[in-house]
Design a protein around this ligand. Structure first.
Ligand SMILES: [Zn+2]
Length: 113
């Protein structure tokens, strides 16, 4: 379950930000977990809730955004939506797709005090 180590990474980011920006509490965290990322949002939520007690994010609300998968088809020269990493282009049926969105896993925003 790599979501636990990813969640620990999120808390490290929160701690680093708290140290550099001088806030003491995190009230809300917005995570972006792309639909093409190999990360399960419900597992992330479970891990977040399990870890947050006793941290600066104790009591923080977690919001998870799911950016859709997007790719650029070289032969067609257009951007297309993809549900999975190895989907074919819906226009030409080809596989020369370059994924340009939906693979992210990052802290997008946080609300602090
Ligand atoms: Zn195409």
């Amino acid at each position: 379950m790599h979501e636990m180590s990813l969640t620990e990474g999120v808390f490290r980011i929160l701690d680093d930000q708290a140290a550099s920006q001088g806030f003491a509490r995190v009230k809300a965290v917005v995570l972006e977990i792309g639909e093409l990322s190999q990360v399960d949002p419900e597992s992330m939520r479970f891990c977040f809730e399990a870890i947050k007690g006793g941290t600066i994010a104790e009591g923080a609300v977690l919001e998870i955004l799911r950016p859709p998968g997007r790719a650029f088809c070289l032969p067609c020269g257009v951007e297309v939506a993809v549900a999975q990493r190895y989907d074919a282009c819906p226009h030409c049926g080809g596989h020369q797709l370059q994924v340009i969105g939906g693979e992210e896993m990052r802290v997008k925003e946080m609300e602090v005090e």
